[in-house]
Ligand binder design. Structure first.
Ligand SMILES: [Fe+2]
Length: 387
């Protein structure tokens, strides 16, 4: 922009100068003054000197402006650098800059607070005692090829300071704009230890509330006083044999504990009726699955548990209730609970009959493979229960 200004002023000066020359010659001609070639040369020389002087004057002014601009840009740059430094040093996010070989080139103050030490510059991040995680190594290898990686909820212990933290680590390549190659790798480290501890506390509170629910349900039925606990234990035995995600496993176990919660909406006389149920009474009993699911669905985060409860009386062949789902349409947790529920019902005293032996229960489960139950899960359960 300043170069443009200079060009423009030079051009204007030249035009003004030319105008002055033309008007002077014209003026002299009108006055009838006889102008010789020498006089014209002298005259032009003077005018050129004046134009040159004026141009220098403008140049000087504009160059001064440029210098002033440069000075203000330098000040702004310094201020910006100061601001950036302030942001980097005060952000609660730990920032670690690595070269492509994983050598630490810079860490901010928060990294020191999170990891317990800032004396890390020059070390290979994988040799630094606080971060010897294979996931981190893989992330850095990926970042060196330009791939961004997230490591969430990583447990980490410092071998020197014994600090124990839960971290979210985001590993990002820094691309060189000139050649498009990875110039550096940057780690953003979030300390989520407090949030994690709070979450664990909330989960504990939820689980103790559910325990109370389960006891409440069991207390309603004088014959099946430990039914929820028994079903929980059998379900846990099956879950141990399956390669389940920890979250899914917990959901199934929680659902097992409160699968009959809906029975709180059924009268004692019906629940403890010794004789055979009429069709209408049986229909009322069936409602416990829907009622239990609806109660639990009100708890945020319990939607999947609610679904497991809703379908715990479905049958593998599609003749169960509430919706007549069959085989893999039935949630896995519901399939598992159905087996545990039936086994416990057969092997404990009921209001309408005395308990049957374990062998009889196993025989019934075998007979119901592919009809009432998932055959693979029955095999897993029988193998486990007969060990
Ligand atoms: Fe049930």
């Amino acid at each position: 922009m300043n170069k443009k200004l200079l060009k423009r002023s030079f051009f204007i000066n030249a035009l003004v100068g030319l105008g002055v020359i033309v008007s002077l010659i014209y003026d002299l001609k009108i006055r009838g003054v006889n102008i010789s070639v020498i006089q014209l040369h002298v005259f032009f020389g003077i005018v050129q000197l004046i134009i040159f002087g004026l141009t220098l004057f403008f140049f000087n002014n504009h160059l001064g402006l440029v210098n002033e601009d440069c000075d203000s840009i330098t000040v702004e740059y310094k201020e910006l650098s100061k601001l950036n430094r302030l942001i980097i040093d005060t952000t609660p996010t730990g920032l670690v800059l690595l070269n492509r070989k994983g050598i630490i080139e810079y860490v901010n103050q928060s990294t020191g607070n999170i990891l317990g030490s800032t004396k890390t510059v020059g070390l290979n991040i994988l040799e630094f005692d606080t971060i010897k995680q294979s996931k981190l190594h893989n992330g850095i290898v990926k970042a060196s090829t330009g791939i961004y990686t997230e490591i969430l909820g990583e447990h980490y212990t410092s071998f020197t300071s014994r600090l124990e933290k839960i971290l979210n680590i985001y590993i990002s390549p820094v691309i060189d704009e000139k050649d498009g190659n990875v110039a550096n790798i940057i780690l953003f480290i979030h300390d989520i230890t407090k949030e994690h501890d709070l979450k664990v506390e909330i989960e504990k509170t939820y689980l103790s509330t559910i325990e109370a629910f389960a006891e409440m349900v069991d207390a309603r039925d004088k014959y099946t006083g430990k039914h929820s606990k028994n079903v929980y234990q059998y379900v846990s035995m099956i879950c141990e044999e399956l390669d389940l995600d920890e979250k899914i496993k917990t959901q199934i176990q929680v659902a097992a504990n409160i699968h009959d919660l809906g029975k709180i909406g059924i009268s004692d006389s019906l629940l403890n009726k010794p004789g055979r149920l009429t069709n209408a009474e049986y229909d009322s009993i069936k409602k416990h699955a829907a009622l239990g699911a609806e109660i639990i669905s009100k708890i945020i985060g319990f939607e999947d548990i609610s679904l497991i409860i809703r379908h715990h009386h479905e049958r593998w062949d599609g003749t169960g209730y509430l919706e007549g789902l069959k085989d893999s349409e039935i949630p896995l947790g519901s399939q598992i609970i159905a087996i545990a529920d039936t086994y416990d019902a057969i092997t404990t005293d009921r209001v309408y009959r005395k308990k049957l032996g374990r062998e009889m229960a196993i025989k019934i489960l075998q007979d119901e493979k592919g009809k009432q139950f998932n055959p693979d899960l029955v095999d897993i359960f029988i193998e486990k229960i007969t060990q």
